[in-house]
Design a protein around this ligand. Structure first.
Ligand code: G4P
Length: 527
């Protein structure tokens, strides 16, 4: 029973450059799963263009992102957990963290735009972690790039090795349908009935005489030629290679028109991995182990400012998580019990008694958790793989209301635990510096400090090019002491107490690296 439950789980994320169709595809997957009844039910969590200083928009976005953090549904006896990843680049760090909790991903690419910047960054992270990836090329109803050219582009720009599992018959105005290489049959596209499951006409194979009549002999001949080329050029699909992150199957379709989505979903539940083994500092944890273990990958502050309550999202790695059972908060070495763990189904949350590996539970938290924390049945396990990257923007944060210093410090502390930004304390004078991925976060922090903590802050610019985590080859080495003395002005401590070098330019970073060869400079907080 326990093993059956694990095998049923498919926990994944959809990543894309904004506007490629992530929300639309998510929605169509939910429609197939019967989790929602009509299109338009899943709200896009993207921040509308030009709304960067609109606080209502930020609040709206926060509300939606709680609702869509995890979307779970059942499909053909599999439990699908979709983890939402923000598309906006200012929230890229949130997406990176969510990727630590997925077992596979689907990458959505716009057929006309091809590989875009945000896709490159996100895929690189997945590739480094060898996360199994499926590519969905969307908007086939529009004029776009040639299928072969696009697959070349995906290989070159994303460094992937692809093989198509479906192939389009025409494109844009001439888009007629899809040949399913995986099941070897043809589905023809019909534009009506966008809301509901496809009403496509299916043909068993290419020799069906009715097919030539339906799509025209020329289109059929071209399709046959293209499929020959596919066979000659691309490797045969090998599930092991896919699971090892060495081969990425490609699907074509139109999420908006509900086309090619079922082919994707049906193949996905067959080939995508059930929960995988996860590395911890101490050892590898297998999902089938009986003892519970899990980690926090996301923290969401409650929307209600009168309740300083937060929801910590835990990915269950092994064993079962049960309501009201005491579990060990490893970092605090403290047992905690949870009377109302939330599970997420499409648009609603409900209290669950038991959850299995692959599932996400939301735990009410009053400030105990921070991102990356482990929770176990008792063992000392620290999960790896939630590093911080160097922020892009840095500013001093000052207290603008001396009466509210306590509130300000508490607010900053909790927002940093949530992963909104990173805090560095300068070694020289203890001044606090906030580092963020996007400029938008400064507004978010200021707004939330005021509305949730009653504190006021102001910012001051600071010229930092990059934050590097530093360590000495040998702590007692005199070169390290010299480095710390000479560069004291540029040194800070991060929230975990690690030493950080705030380089003011690429040039000074390079010079410092050359001058102190025995000092190690790292570009993420985990090394
Ligand atoms: P995102 O979450 O990746 O940012 O993208 P989203 O799904 O919001 O889609 C972005 C736009 O692309 C939307 O149009 C959506 O309707 C459209 N779209 C998605 N899939 C397809 C497709 O297969 N074909 C075509 N032609 N368009 C598609 P919008 O006008 O920006 O928003 P809306 O007003 O339709 O919501």
């Amino acid at each position: 029973m326990f093993l059956e439950e694990i095998k049923k789980r498919r926990t994944f994320g959809i990543i894309s450059h904004p506007d490629a169709g992530k929300t639309t595809l998510t929605e169509k997957l939910l429609l197939f799963g019967g989790a929602i009844q009509e299109a338009g039910a899943v709200k896009s969590n993207k921040i509308k263009k030009g709304a960067t200083s609109d606080f209502m928009e930020i609040e709206r976005q926060r509300g939606i992102s709680v609702a869509t953090s995890v979307l779970a549904f059942y499909y053909k006896n599999k439990k699908i957990n979709i983890l939402d990843t923000p598309g906006h680049k200012d929230f890229a760090e949130d997406t990176f963290r969510t990727l630590t909790a997925v077992d596979s991903v689907i990458v959505v690419i716009d057929v006309a735009k091809g590989v875009e910047e945000q896709t490159e960054k996100l895929v690189e992270v997945c590739r480094m972690r060898q996360i199994p990836m499926i590519v969905f090329i969307n908007k086939l109803d529009r004029e776009g790039k040639d299928a072969f050219d696009l697959m070349d582009e995906v290989e070159q720009k994303l460094g992937l090795r692809v093989t198509p599992l479906t192939f389009p018959i025409g494109m844009g105005y001439d888009f007629q349908g899809i040949y399913n290489i995986w099941t070897k049959n043809v589905q023809l596209f019909q534009e009506e009935d966008k809301q509901h499951k496809g009403t496509a006409v299916a043909y068993d194979d290419l020799t069906d005489p009715a097919l030539g009549q339906a799509i025209g002999q020329n289109a059929l001949d071209q399709l046959k030629e293209e499929l020959e080329l596919v066979e000659g050029v691309y490797p045969e699909f090998d599930q092991k290679d896919y699971l090892d992150g060495k081969l990425q199957p490609v699907f074509f379709g139109s999420a908006l028109n509900n086309f090619g989505v079922q082919e994707l979903l049906d193949c996905f539940i067959d080939i995508a991995p059930a929960p995988l083994v996860k590395k911890a500092e101490e050892r590898e944890i297998d999902p089938t182990e009986k003892s519970f273990s899990g980690f926090v990958f996301k923290i969401h502050a409650n929307m209600d400012p009168n309740h300083r309550d937060r929801l910590a999202f835990i990915k269950i790695v092994s064993g079962t998580f049960e309501r009201n059972k005491p579990y060990l908060h490893v970092r605090h070495n403290k047992k905690l019990k949870f009377s109302s763990p939330n599970a997420f189904f499409a648009e609603k949350k409900e209290i669950v008694d038991i959850s299995y590996p692959g599932d996400i539970v939301g735990l009410h938290d009053t400030g105990n958790f921070k991102i990356g924390d482990s929770l176990t049945a008792g063992e000392q396990i620290n999960f790896k793989g939630i590093p911080s990257f160097s922020p892009e923007h840095f500013r001093y944060i000052n207290n603008a209301d001396p009466m509210k210093a306590k509130q300000l410090n508490k607010g900053i502390d909790q927002l940093m635990d949530e992963g909104v930004a990173q805090l560095f304390t300068l070694s020289l004078n203890n001044r606090k510096v906030i580092g963020t991925v996007g400029a938008l976060q400064f507004d978010v922090i200021q707004y939330r400090l005021e509305h949730e903590y009653g504190a006021k802050c102001s910012y001051e610019n600071l010229n930092v090019h990059k934050a590097c985590w530093v360590e000495a080859e040998d702590e007692n080495n005199s070169e390290f002491a010299e480095f710390k003395r000479v560069k004291q002005k540029f040194l800070a401590i991060d929230k975990a107490g690690q030493l950080v070098f705030l380089a003011d330019s690429a040039f000074s970073l390079q010079m410092t690296q050359q001058k102190y060869p025995s000092v190690r400079f790292h570009f993420t907080s985990e090394f």
